[in-house]
Every structure is written in structure tokens, then in C-alpha cells.
Ligand binder design. Structure first.
Ligand code: GLV
Ligand code: MN
Ligand code: MN
Length: 437
């Protein structure tokens, strides 16, 4: 099926206005939170429902047909021109996530969804030779179930039985939460991608300092580093803080603290390795009681999967040695593992061209943060464009974005749509030539 060649054109003024609107919408969505005064919006929460109501309105205003899927993803469908429409029309997905970490910034994930909507708004009702689906994924951060990417796993068919059996802090299993969501939304659709999907594009703030340092507004991601999340339990003996001599203690917190510092120092001496213990709970948790049980998270990332695996083995061996010396039992559980992912070379070349046609020297980047693109890339061709993060700050309320960079992203996005359409067209032509010869 031939894709028409009509290209989209939008003026600087349109981009500036759309960019300001996208930023203002991110600011408004900051009010959809579980904790007033901080931004915290987790998987299938009432705050997420409130966020969906706003995003749905904007999607519908842009001319999209909007549904939620069974995994809680919000999906806006903008049909191609009438000649191509129907389930066999080639389809481009533009997406990112709508959930947040606790006490988050305003732009991580959310901006990528709003840029997708703004790109459709920039079309002012014109249609391309491909369908566009804008997806606001339900969970990328993994806060509620300790399992990131629930939304993108569901659309790629990689949300599996062991994932569904996980329980949140209130003991609610993931499958139960999904069933109640479906009962509250009787019009949910099957999350799986339409088979005619040809590509995925994600815009995201960089969440680091590289673009700002280089004086660039945009960059193109080539690789997303691999990541592992583990949970360690240090089991000692709780006892009286006043009567137990120091040499007779089995203090689980002291053991965990020694291990946290050892991990920090080992990670710091391996180039490119990052390791974080961001969450720690102590039991029974009183000032006058020695900690008997400590549960500690560990997040490890590196561009090389082998280096990441070796580092984890080393961290676990260190925990074992500390436990033995202090007579503390140490257990671990691997909660999540995701290999490093290269994005699609053809779509990345299109993204590079789209960015350079927007007047920015293309900068190839590796992402240390995880993104929905990471789950989607092994299934369909995916590309990512980063926007500069002022101060390099993210996962923090001071997270920021420059409206001029958002306008540049929109310009690059329109270029991407035009180039992607040409690319589909060329592939169709070369396919039909190879059929004739
Ligand atoms: C997501 O923000 C992650 O990289 O943890
Ligand atoms: Mn994040
Ligand atoms: Mn994100």
C-alpha cells in the first residue's frame, strides 16, 4: 500500500505556542497526586485516574479516539487519511509514561506523552499515510509493585504470570488490581500492539547533564543501559539498646550500613557502573531497640550486561562476608533484570536527521535511565529523542525543561513524521520492485 507523500509544515509560532501549552499541561498534571504538596502518582491510583481525565480531554481535542487498555495505559488513536485507514494502516506509536516516582518532578515521562499530543495538534486535522497512536503508559517507574514497565510489558506481551502474582505493600496482587481496573472501566481494550505497527518514538527529558554541558537542546539515544533491581534482607537480633554490650550485638542495620558503603565504593571504582541503595526499612524501628531486620533495595546499571552481572555477584559476596563476620543472615531476591538495549538503527538515523533538520548538531547518547522504549525496542523498531535537563536534575521536584527545547522537539518531531512517512514509502517501493524482478 503506497503512503502519500504530503508533508506536514508548521511555523515557528505554532511550535512556540504548542511548546508553552505542553509545559503548562505538565505543570497542571503535577496537581494529580497521591500526596498534596508533592508529586506522587503510582500505577492505577486515583491520582492516575485524575491525570487520565485531563490527558483524555487533550487527546480528544486533538481529534483522537481515546481508550484505556486492560493494563491501565491511556491510548489516543489518530487515524491516517481515509485511503489507508483501518487496522492494516501502518502505525507509529508515540509514547512515554504518566506515573511518577515519589516526590517527583513534573516532566519525567509526562512530557513525552504531551509532546505526542502536541504533534497531533500541530497537524491541525491533516492526516498522514499512517495511523498515529499516542500512549500514556501506566507504569514505568515500578513504584507500586517493584516491577517497572508494567504498561509497556503489557503492550508487548511480556507481562508474565510471575509478574501478575506480585503483591503491593497492601497485599493486593497485580492480577487483582488489573481485574478491578477492568471492572471499573468496562470499555477496556486488549493492550497488545496492532500487528501493523511499524515504529515507536519516545521523547523524554535527558535526566542528566550531558546535553546541557554540550550546549544542545536535543540528543538522540542509541543505547539504554541494562539494569537490575534486587532486595536484600539482613536478619540479626533485636535487643535492648541500653543493656546489650557492643561486642554482643547482631545489629542488622550496622551490617546493612557497612554493605551500603562497600557497594558505593566498589561501584565508584568501576567506570560506567552505578549502584544505588535507595530504600531501607528497619524493624522493629525504635530508637532504643537494636535493629533485628533490615530490608534494602539495590539498583545496579551498566552499558555492559556482563559488567553489571559481575558487579552484582561481587556485591552479594560482600554482603555474605559481612553477614558471616557479624553473624547476620543475608538473603537476596532479584526483583527485576533488564538487559541493555540498542535502539533501531534505521529509526535512529531518521531521528538524527529530524534533529539536525531542526538545526541541532545530532549528539548520540547512552541513556542511564530506563524507558518504555527499552521494553518496546526488542519487539518493534524504536527511537528516542532526549530534551536537555537544566541542572541535569531528575527524580526531584526541581526537575525542569526549557520551553525553547520543547519547541525544538516539536520541530524535530514533525520532521520525524515526514521522514518516517517517506521511509515507509521507500520500503514499500523496494518491496514491490523485488516482487517484480
Ligand atoms: C526510571 O526512571 C529509571 O530509570 O529508574
Ligand atoms: Mn523516572
Ligand atoms: Mn521516565
Amino acid at each position: 500500500m503506497r503512503v502519500p507523500m504530503g508533508h506536514l509544515e508548521t511555523t515557528d509560532k505554532d511550535y512556540e505556542l504548542l511548546a508553552r501549552t505542553a509545559v503548562a499541561r505538565c505543570d497542571l498534571l503535577a496537581g494529580c497526586t497521591e500526596h498534596p504538596g508533592r508529586i506522587t502518582r503510582t500505577f492505577l491510583s486515583p491520582a492516575m485516574e485524575a491525570c487520565h481525565r485531563h490527558v483524555r480531554n487533550w487527546m480528544e481535542g486533538a481529534g483522537m479516539a481515546v481508550r484505556v487498555d486492560r493494563a491501565g495505559n491511556l491510548r489516543g488513536h489518530y487515524a491516517s487519511d481515509t485511503l489507508q485507514s483501518g487496522e492494516h494502516a501502518p502505525n507509529l506509536i508515540i509514547g512515554s509514561h504518566l506515573d511518577t516516582v515519589p516526590n517527583a518532578g513534573r516532566y519525567d515521562g509526562v512530557l513525552g506523552v504531551l509532546l505526542g499530543i502536541a504533534l497531533v495538534e500541530a497537524m491541525s486535522g491533516r492526516r498522514l499515510g499512517l495511523d498515529i497512536e499516542v500512549i500514556g503508559f501506566s507504569d514505568e517507574e515500578g513504584v507500586r509493585y517493584g516491577l517497572p514497565f508494567i504498561g509497556s510489558r503489557a503492550v508487548t506481551g511480556t507481562l508474565l504470570a510471575p509478574h501478575l502474582a506480585r503483591r503491593d505493600a497492601n497485599g493486593i496482587a497485580l492480577f487483582g488490581a488489573l481485574d478491578s481496573y477492568a471492572a471499573r472501566h468496562p470499555d477496556v481494550i486488549n493492550p497488545k500492539f496492532n500487528p501493523s505497527v511499524r515504529g515507536y518514538l519516545e521523547f523524554h527529558i535527558e535526566q542528566g547533564p550531558v546535553l546541557e554541558h554540550a550546549g544542545l537542546g536535543l540528543g538522540v539515544v542509541e543505547t539504554i543501559v541494562g539494569q537490575s533491581r534486587l532486595r536484600l534482607t539482613f536478619r540479626g537480633r533485636s535487643d535492648h539498646a541500653g543493656t546489650t554490650p557492643m561486642f554482643l550485638r547482631h545489629d542488622a542495620l550496622a551490617a546493612a550500613a557497612e554493605w551500603v558503603l562497600a557497594v558505593e565504593s566498589a561501584a565508584g571504582s568501576t567506570p560506567g557502573l552505578v549502584a544505588t541503595t535507595g530504600q531501607l526499612t528497619c524493624e522493629p524501628g525504635a530508637a532504643n531497640v537494636i535493629s533485628g531486620l533490615v530490608s534494602c533495595s539495590l539498583d545496579v546499571r551498566h552499558g555492559s550486561d556482563k559488567t553489571r552481572q559481575l558487579a552484582i555477584e561481587d556485591f552479594l559476596a560482600t554482603a555474605g562476608a559481612i553477614g558471616q563476620r557479624r553473624q547476620i543472615e543475608v538473603e537476596h531476591l532479584i526483583e527485576h533484570e533488564q538487559a541493555a538495549v540498542d535502539l533501531d538503527s534505521a529509526l535512529t538515523a531518521i531521528a538524527n536527521r529530524a534533529v539536525s533538520d531542526a538545526g541541532i548538531l545530532p549528539r548520540h547518547m547512552t541513556s542511564g535511565a530506563g524507558h518504555d522504549a527499552m521494553i518496546i525496542a526488542p519487539k518493534i523498531p524504536a527511537a528516542m529523542i532526549f530534551l536537555r535537563s537544566p541542572g541535569g536534575i531528575s527524580h526531584h521536584p526541581d526537575e525542569a525543561v526549557l520551553p525553547e527545547d520543547v519547541a525544538l522537539a516539536l520541530r524535530a518531531g514533525t520532521n520525524f513524521l515526514n521522514l518516517f512517512q517517506d521511509y515507509l514509502n521507500t520500503s514499500v517501493e523496494s518491496e514491490s520492485k523485488s516482487c517484480i524482478t
